[in-house]
Design a protein. Structure first.
Length: 619
């Protein structure tokens, strides 16, 4: 079915659409209230489209769509698909970050306080996010010094147990041995809540009042304890900068843009205090207006963070603000507002966030320029050091991995202009070699790679294959073999037989980082501090990583299969279902019987049998 036929069949319902190019790659993901009108609009008059959209549509060879029940569901699915596929024409966060939070388990009889990077709805209270894990650990250390909460990992406390070392060194009040009542322990927890909610001054005044009262009652040792507590808390408070009078939890977001480079900065303000800030480089912004860029950023950012504040203050009004507010309100559990402050402290803080974004973008652009210069210098250096006929824009590297000849695999990684091109990486499961024979394994990998290249060239010449759909037809300017002279000679024999002997090929030995060429007796030694050597090491290490990852995957599947073969009641079909579900023995071993029963074809009784075998057989 061609695109025009598909367009006629589009439903007038909400959903997500995925645009694909000739290679089948997803190049754009979008959402719509009406798929019918939205997707059709791309293929109508292009005069109203931006250059970015026109460029995208020109590459579209096919599309798919997924229906959803609502526009909010479409928004969530769109963000998840962008994160998964990272389409070229979508605005994308360059990386994901996991922030630390302080978790207070108020749902427990004797609560604990600790750092976590996961926020779940489990009845506990979470405070953050914090951008500096070191500062979180320091705050946690001081709070536990002032308020000796229990630090054991048990959710429920045995009131008749022996107290641990922390009790004896006065770092715990001993709830496990009835040394403190539930009420007194809760009073201490409430004081911690005051501090974490930003009401530190109120808490310090309460502690100082206790200090005065203890001194008046001639309890000087207790008064000194309260004095030290107040002093420690003031030390933390002095490090926290009050930026707004409003005590509402807020995020301040600003954008900076120069050409197609864009940076978003986020300041985290909790109870009026600035806890930290973070910067994000955005890709794929093209010529999108700031409102759309900010809207896309907010959607992707709040999909990945755990905590949504009550207010989000922005430098510009984001696109789809009503839908975003509705979605964030659902995520938070109560109303969330997205605002653009016009005056006062909040407007000034937004300006400060924008200034930080501009400075971060300038720093990023400078680093990118330096990186490009280093990479270009490395490629020019390789051309000179290795006496190559041209600058090696495309470099391929090959490696072999196995365990005593078992589960042998080969890897092919591709670097284009000094950067990894992951979409063109290839992995090979060795089929023709028995035992630990790296030379023969390398010959098989090289033979399959360049054999495929020759087949595709012939198919292109005969008009049987479109060049854009060829997977191996691109020929490298330089080939690196992970290994010494033996591996190199084995690879060169196959390349010459297949007609690719003209490609410069070198072996790179690991220990002394020597380069071997087939027509030279002595190895080539690149300068130890040269960018050219660093680039080759990076490519070699990437090939090794890619090979060993595949090898471990196959080895894990093999060991899991072997174990399942011995369990009564697990035949071929069920074994395959378990392998596909858990992928590794480690994951299966960690699973409960209920989780095993989720596998198709596995009853609860059989799941119990599998669990028992895994945990008690031969023990």
């Amino acid at each position: 079915m061609d695109i025009q036929d598909k367009l006629r069949l589009l439903p007038d319902k909400p959903g997500v659409y995925l645009m694909k190019n000739a290679d089948g790659d997803i190049i754009y993901v979008g959402k719509a209230v009406s798929l019918k009108s939205r997707v059709r609009s791309y293929f109508q008059s292009s005069r109203a489209h931006s250059p970015k959209v026109r460029s995208m549509v020109a590459q579209v060879e096919d599309f798919e769509y997924i229906l959803t029940d609502s526009e909010i569901e479409a928004l969530i699915l769109e963000c998840n698909l962008i994160k998964k596929h990272r389409p070229r024409y979508n605005v994308r966060l360059k990386d994901d970050k996991s922030y630390p939070y302080l978790k207070l388990t108020v749902d427990e009889e004797f609560p604990r306080l600790f750092m976590t990077r996961r926020v779940v709805r489990d009845g506990a209270r979470y405070y953050g996010p914090y951008t500096n894990a070191g500062a979180v650990h320091e705050t946690l250390r001081v709070l536990k010094q002032v308020f000796p909460l229990r630090s054991c990992k048990k959710k429920n406390v045995d009131r008749n147990a022996r107290p641990c070392l922390n009790y004896h060194i006065k770092k715990c009040l001993g709830p496990c041995n009835n040394q403190i009542s539930v009420k007194d322990y809760r009073d201490m927890v409430n004081e911690i809540v005051l501090f974490l909610e930003g009401r530190q001054e109120e808490l310090i005044k309460q502690i100082e009042a206790k200090m005065t009262k203890a001194a008046e009652q001639m309890e000087f040792e207790r008064a000194a304890l309260y004095r030290d507590q107040a002093k420690a808390l003031r030390a933390i408070v002095e490090k926290q900068k009050v930026v707004v009078a409003d005590l509402t939890d807020q995020d301040f977001i600003g954008l900076a843009r120069e050409g197609e480079d864009c940076c978003a900065s986020v300041f985290f303000v909790r109870s009026g205090k600035l806890l930290g800030r973070e910067h994000y480089i955005l890709e794929g912004v093209g010529d999108d207006p700031p409102a759309e860029i900010l809207g896309d950023f907010i959607k992707q950012y709040y999909l990945q963070v755990e905590y949504v504040p009550k207010e989000i203050l922005c430098s510009v009004r984001p696109a789809e603000i009503s839908l975003i507010e509705k979605w964030l309100t659902e995520r938070r559990g109560n109303k969330v507002q997205v605002k653009v402050p016009q005056r006062g402290d909040k407007a000034k803080l937004v300006e400060l966030v924008e200034k930080n974004a501009r400075e971060e973008l300038a720093r990023h652009r400078l680093e990118m320029e330096k990186s490009r210069a280093r990479t270009e210098g490395a490629l020019l250096g390789l051309e000179e050091y290795l006496d190559l006929p041209r600058v090696p824009r495309r470099i391929e590297c090959y490696d072999i991995s196995n365990t005593q000849g078992r589960e042998s695999v080969g890897s092919m990684v591709v670097f284009q202009d000094g950067e990894p091109k992951n979409s063109e990486y290839r992995r090979f499961k060795i089929k023709t070699v028995e035992g630990p024979n790296d030379f023969a394994s390398m010959q098989e990998v090289i033979g399959r790679r360049f054999g495929k290249a020759r087949e595709e060239f012939e198919a292109i010449e005969e008009g049987m294959l479109e060049p854009a759909k060829a997977k191996f037809a691109k020929i490298p300017d330089l080939v690196i073999i992970d290994g010494g002279k033996g591996q190199l000679n084995a690879a060169r024999e196959v390349m010459i037989n297949l007609g690719y002997g003209f490609i410069p090929t070198f072996g790179l030995a690991k220990e002394e980082e020597l380069l071997f060429a087939e027509d030279r007796t002595d190895p080539i030694v690149l300068p130890r501090n040269s960018e050219s050597l660093y680039l080759l090491q990076r490519i070699r290490d990437e090939a090794h990583r890619f090979a060993i990852t595949y090898h471990r995957h196959l080895r894990g599947k093999h060991s899991l299969k072997s174990i399942l073969d011995d369990i009564p009641g697990i035949g071929v079909k069920r074994r395959k279902a378990i392998i596909q579900h858990f992928r590794s023995f480690e994951k299966l071993l960690k699973a409960s019987a209920a989780e095993i029963a989720e596998v198709e074809g596995i009853s609860e009784a059989l799941a119990e049998q599998v669990w028992e075998y895994l945990h008690h057989h031969d023990k």
